[in-house]
Design a protein around this ligand. Structure first.
Ligand code: C2E
Ligand code: MG
Ligand code: MG
Length: 955
């Protein structure tokens, strides 16, 4: 309860009324104790809206009243008002008074003191201005307040004249000071920030007092106070800690003697027992580290001196240094003043409390009489010896050594500082040890100075300790622990968080496993898709030949000896490019789809594949008799020949080749190739046989020899003359290649041209031949031989060859096109697409433009496309021998032949017929209007020398 008021009379009235009211309401249970309190300074205050008081005086009275079984009502006023109210009986008790003789006349003082008060002098400019100037001072003081007798002494000691002015309350005095009317003032204790504080002095015990005649109340309160002193011996200290020590920012005030001491000792020598992290330890640099290092820095900063530190591990040695005057201060000693005094050391107030804890092996049982590793210290001598027995102690020189003892089993327990235990276990150097964390002992740590030293040193150290307060050391430990967390080894986490880490690892593992499983599934799908692409024919979607070969191998092996009667079957379309050009690729796709399905349905077919690109289907059979297979295949060929394209029923000629695997079974790839070769020979069905086998062998030999043959000039050009049918004179020749092979003997073009066309070598050979002929023409000219046009065959591959025209142009530049004709067959214009057709036409047009005459070779042998005659710049129509033979047989064909010859003429072409062997044939042709001819009748292809002679005779 608080009473506010600007007027003291009002305050008294209201206070009295409230007191009466309070007394009236609670009297039934507890009597009321009216306590007068004065605002001698702002440290007696009401801090919150709930009306709670916060000061040593009010808290003490509250506790005291409770012990006396009373309720408290506080009545606020100035110091003088409080004393007047007590005299009038308006309040019962006043707390926090200094006992003076004058007061003892009207008041009865408590038996026990309730605290300690002193006086602080505040001056503008703080302590410095007290010593630095000599001007007279005007100082404020509070009326009716205990007047310090020591002040005159203090100021006169400085030779400083002063006067005082008395104020009724703190606020008016403070106002006067703020307004500059006062140089300073003095008040009870320290009430404000350190800036203006100049001196603190004259400590006095404080008592509570009642009116002199109220002995009964005093007895009751004294009894309560006595009980409190016994039951709560630390009460006053705790209140002091609560309200004074934790107030930071109080001034650090030195008296003249202390100032003198500091002036004379600019360097202080400190010795420190350093053997525990993070409390105090010697770093790698040989210097002191840890919390005590912070204390040293703080001393340097606050006292304005420099400090040299020597670190030791033996405490007795450290004390000896101080006693012998080799060090001024021992930084850390167990606080035990009597023990220290016997060594000749005076101790300061403890500046920190150390807490000790036990560290044991993880999961181990501690025996009843454990061996204890500890540091050699006063603490071990007393507390630990009492507790465990001196013979059970293992005295070490560092906390790490203590922990190592426990780890090795030399000790059961390490008794070390709690923060050291925390630090070491946190860092993870001793992951197998665990701290109980509980505080099992505590001890106070103080500094020690020699009893021979200037007492000023002890004073100023105590002042410094008070000034630092307890928070400082605690803050240091927090920092050090933080450092331990930073230094922490990864290993320690496994010990400290086994479950969490196990859970984390498990989670990561599961996630990884899930990701891997997904990856594997995706990969399998991709592989399946890729395998599908690899195994299936793009167009029909049925299996392809690669798949057949791979799958078939296992099947063949499984059949053992029976495999000899298994066969590879290949079915092909005759002239597929014509079908594609005429009916589109779809027609082929449909055909092979149907064929594939048909084959699959056959009982003898084991595996079926299609190869739309090569216009074929392939099949591996179960063991089957040759005759049965033959019948079955002929039926299939006959049935599949007709295909519905749009509204038309189209005949698509098929051919089939068969190759038995034999014993031992040949590999499938070879068997399929052989069947393919057989299919080429098929009319329409052919079984691969020994002749084909030889042929195949020969083809592969030729292939391996072809390049070398070119280099060795094994290809020879033979010349076959062309005749004028009327004059019977030689009017030209055709260059025809022969291979005089060192290994294979003489080979006509029919043996190797188709092979070279299939492997592409023909393009090289053609250039070689063409150049040879051009050279021949140049030589003839040079030798003065008759020069007749010579035609050179050009493979259809050139139509799609890159750089063909470029190459031809180079030849033209070197030689001449004069007397050179190029023979192209119709198949050069077997086009897969309109684009290729366009390209081929462009190439021929360009050749013509280069100066070559163009002959249409083998005209009438195949699907003669008459539109070609219109589109191409043709000079010569060369009628195929088959047409001549057919005309001999039939009158109708003769009509066709004549019409063709006429067509050629009317398109402005010369017409020549090849393969004339008889006079009758010559006659027939002449009758049909054909002007030129080529054939055995006039001359077989002959070697260069023979032809030169022939030219001389017949040209
Ligand atoms: P081709 O261009 O139609 O050549 C005419 C073929 O008919 C030649 O066969 C020739 O010897 C043959 N022949 C000529 N007169 C008669 C005859 O009265 N009766 C019979 N039964 N045949 C006769 P050869 O020399 O065996 O050439 C075959 C094919 O090889 C040529 O047919 C041509 O397509 C090709 N060829 C020859 N040399 C070359 C060449 O250098 N390059 C290219 N790309 N193909 C060539
Ligand atoms: Mg020819
Ligand atoms: Mg020909």
């Amino acid at each position: 309860m608080e009473i506010k008021g600007s007027s003291r009379w009002l305050a008294v009235l209201v206070g009295a009324a409230l007191c009466l009211e309070a007394a009236g309401t609670v009297q039934a249970s507890r009597p009321v104790l009216r306590v007068g309190i004065h605002d001698a300074g702002p440290d007696i205050g009401v801090a919150d809206g709930a009306g709670a008081y916060h000061s040593i005086n009010t808290d003490y009275m509250q506790i005291l009243a409770s012990y006396a079984g009373m309720d408290v009502v506080f009545v606020r006023g100035t110091a003088r008002e409080c004393e007047e109210r007590l005299a009038r009986g308006e309040v019962d008790v006043l707390p926090g008074l200094v006992r003076t003789e004058e007061r003892a006349r009207t008041m009865a003082f408590s038996h026990l003191p309730m605290g300690l008060g002193y006086t602080t002098l505040y001056l503008r400019g703080g302590q410095a201005s007290l010593y630095d100037a000599q001007t007279p001072l005007l100082l404020g003081t509070l009326a009716s307040r205990y007047q310090s007798g020591q002040l005159p002494e203090l100021l006169s000691g400085l030779g400083r004249p002063y006067e005082t002015e008395t104020f009724r309350n703190f606020r008016t005095m403070e106002n006067a000071y703020q307004a500059g009317r006062l140089d300073g003032y003095f008040v009870a204790n320290q009430v404000m920030g350190e800036q203006d504080a100049a001196a603190a002095f004259d400590a006095n015990l404080l008592y509570f007092a009642v009116r002199a005649d109220n002995r009964e109340l005093l007895a009751r309160l004294d009894r309560a106070a006595s009980e409190l002193a016994i039951v709560r011996p630390m009460l006053l200290e705790k209140l002091y800690t609560l309200y004074r020590r934790q107030d930071l920012g109080r001034a650090l005030l030195f008296d003249p003697a202390e100032r003198q001491f500091l002036a004379e000792h600019q360097t202080l020598r400190v010795v420190c027992v350093a053997r525990e992290r993070p409390y105090a330890y010697t770093g790698a640099d040989g210097r002191l580290h840890g919390a005590l290092k912070r204390i040293v820095s703080r001393l340097e900063q606050d006292l304005g001196v420099s400090i040299s530190v020597e670190t030791l591990t033996d405490s007795e040695e450290a004390y000896a240094r101080v006693v012998q005057g080799e060090a001024d201060i021992c930084l850390n000693m167990t606080w035990e003043p009597g023990w220290a005094a016997r060594k000749g050391i005076d101790q300061t107030e403890p500046f920190m409390e150390s807490y000790y804890t036990h560290v044991v092996r993880r999961g181990s049982e501690v025996p009843d009489a454990p061996r204890v590793a500890c540091l050699d210290s006063r603490f071990a001598d007393t507390v630990l010896t009492r507790r465990f027995g001196g013979d059970k102690l293992l005295r070490e020189t560092s906390d790490a050594a203590c922990l190592a003892d426990v780890r090795s089993g030399r000790a059961d327990i390490a008794c070390i500082r709690q923060e050291a235990a925390q630090y070491q276990t946190m860092r993870g150097d001793f992951p197998d040890l665990v701290s109980t964390e509980a505080v099992v002992y505590r001890k106070n740590v103080a500094m020690g100075v020699s009893q021979q030293a200037d007492p000023a040193l002890l004073h100023l150290l105590d002042k410094e300790i008070r000034y630092m307060g307890p928070d400082v050391t605690e803050a240091y430990f927090v920092q050090q622990t933080q450092r331990a967390i930073n230094d922490r080894s990864v290993f320690s986490y496994f010990y400290n968080y086994p479950l969490q880490i196990f859970g984390g690892v498990l989670a990561v593992f599961l996630l990884g496993a899930a990701a891997f499983w997904r990856y594997r599934r995706q990969r399998r799908r991709n592989e399946q898709r890729l395998q599908g692409i690899l195994d299936n024919d793009r167009y029909t979607g049925l299996h392809n030949v690669t798949w057949l070969e791979q799958t078939g191998d296992a099947l063949v092996k499984a059949r053992g000896e029976e495999a000899a009667r298994m066969a590879a079957v290949v079915i092909k379309v005759v002239q597929p490019s014509v079908i594609t050009a005429t009916y589109g690729r779809e027609a082929l796709v449909t055909l092979f789809k149907r064929l594939g399905e048909r084959l699959t349905g056959e009982s003898w077919a084991a595996l079926v594949a299609t190869r739309t690109n090569a216009a074929g289907a392939a099949c591996l059979t179960h063991p089957v008799e040759r005759e049965d297979l033959q019948v079955a295949l002929r039926r299939i060929l006959a049935d599949s020949e007709y295909l519905q394209v749009g509204h038309m029923l189209v005949r698509i000629p098929l051919e089939a080749g068969v190759c038995y695997l034999g014993a031992p079974p040949m590999d499938l790839n070879t068997a399929i190739n052989n069947a393919g070769l057989a299919a080429q020979e098929a009319q329409p069905l052919c079984f691969f046989n020994s002749a084909l086998q030889r042929d195949t062998l020969l083809r592969s030999r030729m292939e391996s020899l072809q390049q070398r043959a070119l280099e060795r000039r094994e290809f020879h050009i033979w010349y076959q003359p062309k005749y004028d049918l009327v004059t019977r004179k030689c009017v030209g020749a055709e260059a025809l290649v022969r291979w005089q092979s060192a290994e294979l003997g003489f080979l006509p073009p029919g043996k190797f041209i188709s092979l070279f066309e299939s492997n592409g070598f023909i393009t090289q050979l053609d250039f070689y031949n063409l150049e040879h002929v051009m050279q021949f023409q140049r030589d003839c000219k040079a030798k003065g031989l008759p020069v007749v046009p010579i035609s050179v065959n050009q493979s259809r591959l050139h139509m799609r060859e890159k750089g063909y025209l470029h190459h031809m142009r180079a030849l033209v530049d070197r030689y001449t096109t004069e007397g050179i004709e190029l023979e192209l067959t119709e198949t050069a214009f077997d086009f897969g697409s309109e684009a290729i057709r366009e390209h081929s036409l462009a190439v021929v047009t360009a050749l013509h433009a280069l100066g070559f005459a163009i002959d249409m070779d083998d005209f009438g042998s195949g699907y003669s496309d008459l539109s070609l005659l219109n589109q191409l710049p043709l000079d010569v129509m060369k009628i195929d021998r088959s047409l001549l033979l057919a005309s001999e047989e039939s009158e109708r064909m003769r009509v066709v032949l004549k019409m063709m010859i006429d067509l050629g003429h009317s398109l402005g072409m010369r017409v020549i017929c090849e393969g004339i062997e008889t006079e009758e044939q010559e006659e027939l042709l002449r009758n049909c209007g054909c002007e030129y001819g080529q054939g055995f009748l006039y001359g077989r292809p002959m070697q260069r020398a023979d032809f030169e002679a022939f030219l001389r005779a017949h040209a």
